[in-house]
Write a protein that binds this ligand. Sequence first.
Ligand code: COA
Length: 334
Amino acid sequence: MDFQGEIRRRAGEDPRIIVLPETGDMRILEAASRVLKEGFARPLLLGRREEIEETARGEGLSLEGALYRNFLSDRDREDFALALTARRAHRGMTLEKARERMDDPLWFGAMLVRSGQAEGMVAGSLASSADVFHAALQAIGPAPGTEVVSVAGFMEIPRQDRGEEGLLLYADCVVVENPTAPQLASIALSSALTWRTLTGTVPRVALLSYSTRGSAVSPMTEKVREAARLVRERDPGLISDGEIQFDAAVDPGVAARKAPGSPLGGRANILIFPDLNSGNSNFKNTERMGGGIFRASVVQGLALPVNDLSRGTTVETIVDTVAVTVLQAGALHG
Ligand SMILES: CC(C)(COP(=O)(O)OP(=O)(O)OC[C@H]1O[C@@H](n2cnc3c(N)ncnc32)[C@H](O)[C@@H]1OP(=O)(O)O)[C@@H](O)C(=O)NCCC(=O)NCCS
């Protein structure tokens, strides 16, 4: 599956305004320039317009069509500070502290999304993931009915007979260390939504364990079994199975022996790991040892889309992440 081409093409059908707060990073300006050229989003750049344009010109980049807001002198700073104070008063947020937050483009950008003046944000090429999450969780927060915000990663592997023509989604790889059963169910349901939104194909969700259907019983396997039950209860139409071992989830031959009658039939395209140790390690294992190619990481479960980059990110990944954010915004706003 041509994931990259497909998300950019589909984003181009309904472009959205996406905030890019880290304009001090040349990779961001280059990505913004490419996005404008491909036409699948309208980047909103934070900072002094003349400075940003001059930097871009110096590198031979065109930012024609971009939007700008100077967060240090913007007309909405005070309104945003007041709104943030109201949202976070229960944790001791004062107007003074909220005003200070507006000096940080991450927080100002998150408030632009919150206020509906932008439809998503992509950040984290300069800021740490924790800082991006603090701004997103506090300014925007989880979607109604969502237990946890998590991160799912798209990986393309050389085997076309696995997942969806070699495309797989792994979760959670970044945020929730040791999810409870309801949290694990929430991660699985968010991942199914992410899959539908970004691939337009049918999700098939495996809740992974070292046990298949009670072959072992312990608190660890029971947690996954309960999460799988909750997933079936909350979305009976979703193709899912658990607790199930990795091989029975992704290999039809093993599935026929170990999990006969599994709705997945050994063709899972979404892999839900029981904790962050296993999710993060498996993702990296597939990439480093299995020839997998990282495609995109997606923050899921927020009320409005904010996606996190890594500080080692590439221009290509930033461009793809903007496309991902456009599609998430489109799914939310209809
Ligand atoms: C994401 C993370 C920054 C959140 O930390 P935190 O200290 O809880 O963050 P905040 O205080 O800003 O959270 C704001 C609110 O969101 C809630 N929250 C935190 N994580 C949440 C999640 N995953 N989903 C939903 N809500 C969450 C908090 O409980 C808090 O609630 P409140 O309104 O009652 O105060 C932290 O869990 C983290 O760093 N995780 C990543 C772990 C890691 O190092 N990963 C790297 C692997 S590559």
